[in-house]
Design a protein around this ligand. Structure first.
Ligand code: PLP
Length: 335
């Protein structure tokens, strides 16, 4: 029986053609700047997103940290969502390793940060306060693509207030596909963007940070300091190139599968299901039933995350037949 793993879109395995380009990748020492495949990935990512330069790193946690550490100095501050990956799910890296203070604010229901609340959180220039330098957004956040008009407002706001603007675009291309716009239509608003190659794009490892030449030069130094300088990394970068070239358009299938799963599950009275906007379905189960449901699905080879607000993520290794199997398995549980 095929295991259907809906815990995250990080669980995908490289496809045979992706493995073929990895096996054939030309490599060199990337710390010396001599890995031709890493260099090709960095040029491709920078061009695609309309930025001067890019940097390949081992994870999105690292590219976010490199972004924050390259915009901010010790004693500076970044404003970020309370539930944002860059604040909550990265081990406090900016504070621990960068001496950079986070100022978290609650996300609005649509995943934006209210700019009036951001304005109120900016500290005056005064020795009492950390220096507010950076605003971080996340797109998509909890499966929600940020509204395009909001991005324009946020970028005008950041410019006016002298803040840099970083995007945790772990799932940027899901937002791109959801809005049906070229990626630069989103990217142009930001000074730096971190993009995961290892989620919907299907690479086994890796993320890229894009921004100005100056910013990426700083980030390259911090990457080495953090122990993130990799050597013949072209084998992995080749998978990233393949993902950017072949796995963006197919994100539509993940979104269609998510909509279909949400539709099928919403017929079950015992649970509440949010409408799917990209590749994630959120199902709210009575806390007393959550563990039993997880066990029931597991027995049928279906893996879901912990908790009673269950996130189910569509990806490269989940097809429409799998979606029908998941819906049927949930229906038998609640029957
Ligand atoms: C996955 C993810 C990241 C990066 O995670 P890594 O596992 O370190 O690659 C960053 N931001 C968001 C929103 C994510 O979902």
């Amino acid at each position: 029986m095929k295991v259907i793993d809906l815990r995250s879109d990080t669980v995908t395995k490289p496809t045979p053609p992706m493995r073929a380009v990895m096996a054939a990748a030309e490599v060199g020492d990337d710390v010396y700047g001599e890995d031709p495949t890493v260099n090709r990935l960095e040029v491709l990512a920078a061009e695609l997103l309309g930025k001067e330069a890019a940097l390949y790193a081992c994870s999105g946690t690292q590219t976010n940290l490199l972004g924050v550490m390259s915009h901010c100095e010790r004693g500076d501050e970044y404003i970020v969502g309370q539930q944002a990956h860059t604040y909550k799910y990265e081990g406090g890296g900016a504070a621990v390793l960068g001496s950079i203070q986070p100022q978290p604010l609650d996300f609005e229901p649509d995943g934006t940060l209210n700019l009036d609340k951001v304005a109120a959180a900016i500290k005056p220039i005064d020795p009492h306060f950390a220096r507010t330098r950076l605003l971080c957004l996340e797109n998509t956040t909890a499966g929600k693509p940020l509204p395009l008009e909001y991005l324009a407002k946020a970028s005008a706001f950041a410019r006016e207030r002298g803040l840099a603007l970083h995007l945790d675009g772990a799932r940027l291309f899901n937002a791109v596909v959801a809005h049906g716009v070229p990626v630069q239509e989103i990217a142009r608003h930001f000074d730096s963007i971190s993009v995961c190659l290892s989620k919907g794009l299907g690479a086994p490892v890796g993320s890229v940070l894009v921004g100005s030449k100056e910013l990426i030069a700083k980030a390259r130094r911090w990457r080495k300091v953090l122990g993130g300088g990799m050597r013949q990394a072209g084998i992995m970068a080749a998978a990233g190139i393949y993902g950017l070239q072949h796995h963006v358009e197919r994100l539509r299938e993940d979104h269609a599968n998510a909509r279909e799963l949400a539709r099928a599950l919403s017929a079950i009275d015992a649970i509440k299901v949010d409408p799917a906007q990209t590749n994630m379905v959120f199902m709210h189960v009575a806390p007393a039933q959550a563990e039993a449901l997880r066990g029931h699905l597991k027995q049928q080879g279906i893996l879901i995350g912990a908790g009673s607000s269950v996130r189910m993520v569509m990806h490269l290794d989940v097809d429409d037949a799998d979606v029908r199997r998941v819906a049927a398995a949930a229906q038998t549980f609640f029957h």
